[in-house]
Design a protein around this ligand. Structure first.
Ligand code: 5RP
Length: 236
């Protein structure tokens, strides 16, 4: 399945392949979004097809739902599942405390709901995602389209009042139009450089009218499986 891969894709693939060891027969599994999560969905599909693994998958985006169905995984909604045994997802950054930035693929809202409704969250990532302090990757926040420019200004003012280093928020685009999430919202990417007090920032952002959710995943992830370009895998 992996064929000839570039080092970064190999790193993503080996992390994804290792993560399916956490999946047991009969589990309800949250299926993340992104290129690393897509490898994991393909690996699970292989187990379903070849080994008769029986699982129900709850996808975190329409993209993942399509792929899961394509590879033969039974897809159900979160409300049908009610609670999940495990979620496996990628990340844009993770630190030593297993706190994350997610949302590079624009699916952070469903990803956070699904991960929070799971007994365990396993993150799969290439080693390039490991950071000392979160924030080099722009922090995505999902905002409702109504009044988004006003929301953006309020977020920038709040960042100034919190003494956060970087204060620029940019609207994520898809060509010449705003990128629209599965929930019909927009994404603002906050270019912060360094996030000192991630917990506090996450709470303040979510209290702002117009902000639906932010991409900081604090105390949600239980394990990070790190893949390397030479095929090594480590668990944090
Ligand atoms: C999508 C995400 C992804 O998990 C994150 O962007 C990592 O993606 P990739 O595995 O393609 O590097 O949060 O919203």
């Amino acid at each position: 399945m992996s064929g000839e891969l570039s080092p970064i894709d190999k790193a993503k693939f080996v992390a994804a392949k290792r993560s399916v060891d956490y999946v047991e027969d009969g589990m309800r599994v949250g299926l993340g979004t992104g290129s690393t999560a897509a490898w994991m969905v393909r690996c699970l599909g292989e187990l379903v097809r070849d080994d008769g693994l029986k699982i129900k998958g709850v996808p975190t985006s329409t993209r993942t739902a399509e792929l899961a169905r394509e590879v033969g995984i039974e897809v159900i909604s979160l409300d049908e599942a009610k609670w999940l045994d495990l979620t496996i997802d990628g990340a844009d950054e993770f630190d030593a405390n297993l706190n994350l930035i997610k949302g590079g693929g624009g699916a952070l809202l469903q990803e956070k709901i699904v991960a929070t409704a799971s007994d365990q969250m396993v993150v799969i990532a290439d080693v390039g995602k490991e950071v000392e302090t979160l924030g080099a990757f722009p922090l995505p926040i999902e905002v409702i389209p109504f009044g988004w420019e006003t929301t953006k200004s309020l977020v920038e003012e709040m960042l100034i009042s919190m003494d956060v280093l970087g204060r620029d928020a940019t609207l994520r685009m898809n060509g010449d139009r705003p990128f629209v999430t599965d929930e019909g919202n927009y994404i603002l990417d906050l270019h912060l450089g360094r996030i000192g007090k991630a917990n506090q920032l996450a709470m303040v952002l979510n209290q702002m009218p117009g902000v639906v959710e932010n991409g900081l995943f604090i105390d949600i992830c239980d394990v990070v499986i790190v893949g390397y370009g030479d095929g090594r895998v480590e668990t944090r």
